[in-house]
Design a protein around this ligand. Structure first.
Ligand SMILES: [Zn+2]
Length: 203
Protein backbone atom coordinates (compact mmCIF):
# COMPACT_ATOMS: atom_id res chain seq x y z
CA UNK A 1 0.00 0.00 0.00
CA UNK A 2 1.50 3.38 -0.89
CA UNK A 3 2.26 5.82 1.93
CA UNK A 4 -0.47 8.30 0.93
CA UNK A 5 -3.15 5.62 1.09
CA UNK A 6 -2.01 4.57 4.54
CA UNK A 7 -1.87 8.18 5.69
CA UNK A 8 -5.54 8.67 4.77
CA UNK A 9 -6.57 5.73 6.94
CA UNK A 10 -4.56 5.82 10.12
CA UNK A 11 -1.88 8.49 9.75
CA UNK A 12 1.01 6.23 10.71
CA UNK A 13 3.81 8.20 12.36
CA UNK A 14 6.49 6.49 10.33
CA UNK A 15 5.52 5.35 6.87
CA UNK A 16 8.70 3.50 5.86
CA UNK A 17 8.43 1.34 9.00
CA UNK A 18 4.79 0.59 8.19
CA UNK A 19 5.79 -0.63 4.76
CA UNK A 20 8.49 -2.72 6.38
CA UNK A 21 5.86 -4.33 8.62
CA UNK A 22 3.59 -5.01 5.64
CA UNK A 23 6.51 -6.68 3.87
CA UNK A 24 7.34 -8.83 6.89
CA UNK A 25 3.71 -9.86 7.32
CA UNK A 26 3.67 -11.10 3.73
CA UNK A 27 6.76 -13.20 4.40
CA UNK A 28 5.20 -14.51 7.60
CA UNK A 29 2.10 -15.54 5.65
CA UNK A 30 4.33 -17.69 3.46
CA UNK A 31 6.06 -19.20 6.51
CA UNK A 32 2.66 -20.22 7.92
CA UNK A 33 1.57 -21.74 4.62
CA UNK A 34 4.80 -23.44 3.59
CA UNK A 35 6.33 -24.55 6.90
CA UNK A 36 3.49 -25.97 8.99
CA UNK A 37 5.89 -27.84 11.32
CA UNK A 38 6.79 -24.66 13.23
CA UNK A 39 4.93 -24.11 16.50
CA UNK A 40 4.36 -20.68 18.04
CA UNK A 41 4.23 -19.03 21.45
CA UNK A 42 1.09 -20.29 23.16
CA UNK A 43 1.72 -23.95 22.28
CA UNK A 44 2.33 -25.91 25.52
CA UNK A 45 5.21 -27.88 23.97
CA UNK A 46 7.29 -24.68 24.09
CA UNK A 47 6.77 -24.57 27.87
CA UNK A 48 8.01 -28.05 28.70
CA UNK A 49 11.36 -29.15 30.06
CA UNK A 50 12.71 -31.36 27.25
CA UNK A 51 13.85 -34.98 27.55
CA UNK A 52 17.44 -36.12 27.14
CA UNK A 53 18.17 -38.01 23.91
CA UNK A 54 20.43 -40.83 22.74
CA UNK A 55 22.80 -39.87 19.92
CA UNK A 56 20.75 -41.79 17.32
CA UNK A 57 17.47 -40.26 18.44
CA UNK A 58 19.04 -36.79 18.70
CA UNK A 59 20.45 -36.96 15.17
CA UNK A 60 17.07 -37.99 13.79
CA UNK A 61 15.48 -34.92 15.41
CA UNK A 62 18.39 -32.74 14.24
CA UNK A 63 17.85 -33.86 10.67
CA UNK A 64 14.23 -32.77 10.78
CA UNK A 65 15.24 -29.45 12.39
CA UNK A 66 17.71 -28.93 9.56
CA UNK A 67 15.03 -29.49 6.91
CA UNK A 68 12.74 -26.95 8.59
CA UNK A 69 15.49 -24.36 9.09
CA UNK A 70 16.60 -24.69 5.47
CA UNK A 71 13.08 -24.03 4.22
CA UNK A 72 12.61 -21.17 6.72
CA UNK A 73 15.80 -19.54 5.50
CA UNK A 74 14.83 -19.93 1.87
CA UNK A 75 11.52 -18.15 2.56
CA UNK A 76 12.75 -15.42 4.93
CA UNK A 77 16.49 -15.09 4.29
CA UNK A 78 17.00 -15.24 8.07
CA UNK A 79 17.09 -17.74 10.97
CA UNK A 80 20.21 -18.89 12.76
CA UNK A 81 18.98 -21.48 15.21
CA UNK A 82 16.14 -23.89 15.85
CA UNK A 83 15.33 -26.01 18.90
CA UNK A 84 13.35 -29.26 18.92
CA UNK A 85 10.29 -27.88 20.82
CA UNK A 86 9.85 -25.40 17.96
CA UNK A 87 8.82 -28.30 15.73
CA UNK A 88 6.75 -29.89 18.48
CA UNK A 89 9.40 -32.32 19.79
CA UNK A 90 10.09 -32.12 23.51
CA UNK A 91 13.68 -33.35 23.10
CA UNK A 92 16.99 -31.84 24.19
CA UNK A 93 18.32 -30.92 20.74
CA UNK A 94 19.06 -27.67 18.93
CA UNK A 95 20.89 -26.77 15.75
CA UNK A 96 22.78 -23.63 14.79
CA UNK A 97 23.37 -22.40 11.24
CA UNK A 98 26.96 -21.21 11.03
CA UNK A 99 28.85 -19.81 8.04
CA UNK A 100 30.48 -23.18 7.48
CA UNK A 101 27.37 -25.35 7.90
CA UNK A 102 25.03 -26.65 10.55
CA UNK A 103 26.13 -27.53 14.05
CA UNK A 104 24.19 -30.01 16.16
CA UNK A 105 23.88 -29.79 19.96
CA UNK A 106 22.52 -32.81 21.84
CA UNK A 107 21.76 -32.61 25.57
CA UNK A 108 23.43 -29.20 25.93
CA UNK A 109 24.01 -27.71 29.36
CA UNK A 110 25.33 -24.34 30.46
CA UNK A 111 27.83 -25.23 33.17
CA UNK A 112 29.28 -21.78 33.85
CA UNK A 113 28.29 -18.20 33.02
CA UNK A 114 29.66 -14.70 33.50
CA UNK A 115 28.35 -12.32 36.16
CA UNK A 116 28.59 -9.54 33.56
CA UNK A 117 25.67 -9.20 31.18
CA UNK A 118 24.60 -7.44 27.98
CA UNK A 119 21.42 -6.69 26.04
CA UNK A 120 20.20 -7.83 22.66
CA UNK A 121 16.87 -7.52 20.90
CA UNK A 122 16.10 -11.14 20.16
CA UNK A 123 13.80 -12.41 17.48
CA UNK A 124 12.56 -15.97 17.66
CA UNK A 125 11.00 -18.07 14.91
CA UNK A 126 8.31 -19.11 17.44
CA UNK A 127 7.55 -15.49 18.39
CA UNK A 128 7.07 -14.46 14.73
CA UNK A 129 7.13 -10.65 14.53
CA UNK A 130 7.40 -9.97 18.25
CA UNK A 131 10.87 -8.93 19.41
CA UNK A 132 12.11 -9.07 23.00
CA UNK A 133 14.98 -7.20 24.56
CA UNK A 134 16.76 -9.72 26.76
CA UNK A 135 19.61 -9.33 29.24
CA UNK A 136 21.89 -12.37 29.37
CA UNK A 137 25.38 -13.27 30.63
CA UNK A 138 28.19 -12.08 28.34
CA UNK A 139 29.84 -15.48 28.15
CA UNK A 140 28.94 -19.06 28.97
CA UNK A 141 30.65 -22.43 29.14
CA UNK A 142 28.54 -24.97 27.26
CA UNK A 143 28.71 -28.74 27.45
CA UNK A 144 27.02 -30.79 24.76
CA UNK A 145 27.22 -33.96 22.69
CA UNK A 146 28.14 -33.33 19.05
CA UNK A 147 26.95 -35.19 15.94
CA UNK A 148 29.75 -37.76 16.38
CA UNK A 149 28.58 -38.62 19.87
CA UNK A 150 31.52 -36.85 21.50
CA UNK A 151 30.90 -34.86 24.69
CA UNK A 152 32.35 -31.35 24.25
CA UNK A 153 32.95 -28.38 26.52
CA UNK A 154 33.70 -24.88 25.26
CA UNK A 155 33.52 -21.23 26.33
CA UNK A 156 31.60 -18.85 24.04
CA UNK A 157 31.20 -15.09 24.04
CA UNK A 158 29.74 -12.42 21.73
CA UNK A 159 26.88 -13.36 19.42
CA UNK A 160 27.55 -17.08 19.76
CA UNK A 161 27.03 -16.89 23.52
CA UNK A 162 23.79 -15.01 22.88
CA UNK A 163 22.53 -17.48 20.29
CA UNK A 164 23.38 -20.59 22.30
CA UNK A 165 21.72 -19.21 25.43
CA UNK A 166 18.55 -18.44 23.45
CA UNK A 167 18.41 -22.00 22.07
CA UNK A 168 19.34 -23.67 25.35
CA UNK A 169 16.50 -21.76 27.07
CA UNK A 170 14.04 -23.32 24.57
CA UNK A 171 15.03 -26.73 25.95
CA UNK A 172 13.99 -25.61 29.44
CA UNK A 173 10.65 -24.30 28.18
CA UNK A 174 11.69 -20.63 28.22
CA UNK A 175 11.17 -18.15 25.37
CA UNK A 176 12.79 -14.78 24.79
CA UNK A 177 9.34 -13.36 25.61
CA UNK A 178 9.62 -14.83 29.13
CA UNK A 179 13.03 -13.31 29.71
CA UNK A 180 12.45 -9.83 28.28
CA UNK A 181 13.45 -6.84 30.38
CA UNK A 182 10.42 -4.85 31.65
CA UNK A 183 8.90 -2.98 28.72
CA UNK A 184 11.21 -4.84 26.35
CA UNK A 185 8.61 -6.62 24.21
CA UNK A 186 7.69 -4.95 20.94
CA UNK A 187 5.65 -5.95 17.92
CA UNK A 188 7.50 -5.68 14.62
CA UNK A 189 10.42 -3.65 15.93
CA UNK A 190 13.22 -3.65 13.42
CA UNK A 191 15.62 -1.07 14.77
CA UNK A 192 19.03 -2.01 13.39
CA UNK A 193 20.77 -0.20 16.25
CA UNK A 194 19.36 -2.77 18.66
CA UNK A 195 20.51 -5.70 16.53
CA UNK A 196 23.87 -5.72 18.25
CA UNK A 197 25.07 -6.54 21.70
CA UNK A 198 24.78 -3.59 24.07
CA UNK A 199 26.54 -3.16 27.38
CA UNK A 200 24.57 -3.32 30.58
CA UNK A 201 24.59 0.09 32.25
CA UNK A 202 24.64 0.07 36.01
CA UNK A 203 24.86 3.17 38.19
ZN1 LIG B 1 13.81 -19.08 19.58
Amino acid sequence: MPCEALAKEAKPPDCPMTEEIAKRLKVFERVLAEIPEIVYAGDPVLRRQTEKVSVAEGLEVAERLEGVLRRYRSVTGAGRGLAAPQIGESKSVFIIWMDDGIEVFLNPEIVEKSATTNFYRELCISAALVAADVERPEWVVLEWTDRNGKRRREKFDGLKARLYQHEEAHLRGRLNLDEAVPGGIQFAAFDPLKQQLRKTMRE
